[in-house]
Design a protein around this ligand. Structure first.
Ligand code: FE2
Length: 475
């Protein structure tokens, strides 16, 4: 696909055949991914959600399907296709027509950031609105999902109001619970916390008032706590509501303020706040309890300012001088509130993932997309495994002209909790505009893919995905 403004990926429905290697015989399940299928502004994140499903059948045919989520934004984008204008207020761009056209409007819900599965429901997620429910087999859009009525829809015509459900829910396989939050801005900025037990309805657990209008994208969870890191990226509500600033322009970096680490007990009770030096992050890799300590890994950036500059231009996806440089850090909070932290590895990376079976317990390996400057490179050209015990990285670098997505770990045997398995990533060939599904041995990433499955149409640059192995739950 064309990663420039105005580019659109087409929907696809096809059988895939390897151009290299063979599909591992034991690989059975579906890889769902989501991303911006079209590019409606210069911002990387402004595009309608294109959800893809690649289904492996344990030695049988592999099929791919992709479908846009049929949001109102998608319908408007389709009407305006090829006209070179921004028809709606988006996260990174205001609609053409000036501030009055944008004032008091929330950005169009694009359902483009991630997917999750709970009790057989496939949800396309975007952090500032309710999820969109899709048919897991056909990817047909059923409609918006209020999670058993606990979420409040936005007001009519995209006006203010409503309670969102973030794009980063966390599944705890031991408890069979899916937790998530919604970050509500406005006069009473707060985090709303939700839990869905397998087979049960979604519950609203609690509200936590925030002292500032923080931008909160992700959280991590241990067996006992939810972990939020509230970096000082704070919404200028007046600038946003007036239509003068886009949503992302209105997110301001306050580098003289601390990052607040918020620890919320899963079983209720008072939360704790630890203040530390400021940083910006999108994503956690994982978290766990170590005795009374809480340990979590995340990709840390110097500040939001550099990140905002980077995401404001599609060219930064392919720019060797990109400022999209984050590094993997580990934090440990003791019961007394004592905080320790250190960088785990020096290689720039993003899209951190772990074996989802370990989402709330200890993990050794963190997987991600790496920016390998040694390759005279382009942003995110490498698939990487970071070993948090040895401190070593094991990576395969495609080099200039390629972009890799978030790699996801698939266990070789879902009932054996070891490090054996595969990593699956989408690799975009920028010259040809195509997507390849690349399968690696997770213990030998450096060896390169054991199987490459070319997709006849681009799947777009996907942000997040989920592997669904054999039931209606994640993994
Ligand atoms: Fe994300």
């Amino acid at each position: 696909m064309d990663l420039r403004r105005g580019g659109w990926a087409r929907e696809v429905d096809a059988e895939l055949r390897p151009s290299h290697g063979a599909v591992p015989a034991g690989l059975a399940g579906t890889l769902y991914r989501n991303g911006a299928g079209n590019h409606l502004s210069d911002y990387i994140i402004d595009g309608d959600g294109l959800v893809s499903a690649v289904t492996f059948t344990g030695g049988g045919p592999v099929r791919v399907r992709s479908r846009y989520v049929r949001t109102p934004s998608y319908a408007v984008s389709l009407d305006a296709r090829g006209q070179g204008r921004v028809p709606l207020r988006l996260g990174g761009a205001n609609a053409d027509g000036g501030p009055l056209r944008n004032a008091f409007r929330t950005p169009a819900s694009q359902a483009n950031t991630s997917v999750t599965m709970i009790d057989g429901r496939l949800l396309a997620l975007w952090e500032a609105d309710m999820p969109w429910e899709l048919d897991p087999a056909t990817l047909e859009t059923f409609g918006q999902c209020a999670m058993d009525g606990v979420l409040e829809p936005r007001g009519s015509a995209g006006r203010r109001g409503g309670t969102p459900y973030s794009a980063h829910p966390c599944w705890d396989p031991a408890a069979a619970e899916l937790w998530n939050f919604g970050c509500v801005q406005g006069p009473r900025p707060r985090l709303e916390i939700y839990r869905t037990r397998r087979g049960g309805p979604t519950e609203h657990v609690r509200s936590i008032r925030m002292p500032r209008r923080y931008m909160v994208h992700d959280f991590a969870m241990t067996a006992t706590h939810l972990v939020f890191c509230l970096g000082p990226v704070i919404l200028d509500l007046g600038g946003f509501l007036s239509g003068r600033l886009t949503a992302f322009e209105a997110m301001r970096w306050h580098g003289d303020e601390p990052t607040r680490i918020l620890l919320v007990p899963r079983d209720g009770g008072p939360f704790r706040v630890i203040e530390t030096d400021p940083w910006f992050q999108w994503h956690f890799a994982g978290a766990y309890d170590d005795g009374d300590d809480i340990v979590f890994d995340l990709v840390r950036f110097r500040s939001w300012s550099a990140m905002h500059e980077a995401i404001s231009s599609l060219s930064h996806l392919t720019d060797p001088a990109s400022t999209l440089v984050g590094r993997l850090w580990r934090y440990r909070v003791g019961s007394s509130g004592k905080l320790e932290s250190h960088q785990l590895h020096g290689l720039p990376m993003e899209w951190p993932t772990i074996d989802m079976r370990r989402s709330t317990t200890t993990h050794r390996n963190v997987y991600g997309a790496a920016l390998n400057h040694a390759a005279a490179g382009v942003a995110f050209t490498a698939v990487a495994r970071y070993d948090t015990e040895t401190g070593e990285a094991d990576l395969h670098d495609y080099g200039p002209g390629h972009l890799v997505s978030e790699p996801l770990f698939v266990p070789r045997d879902p009932d054996v909790l070891d490090e054996q398995g595969w990593l699956i990533a989408n690799e975009t060939n920028l010259t040809e505009g195509t997507t390849n599904i690349a399968i690696f041995n997770a213990q030998a990433v450096t060896d390169g893919p054991v199987c490459i499955l070319p997709v006849p149409e681009s799947l777009g640059y996907t942000f997040h995905g989920q592997w669904v192995q054999r039931s209606g739950d994640p993994l």
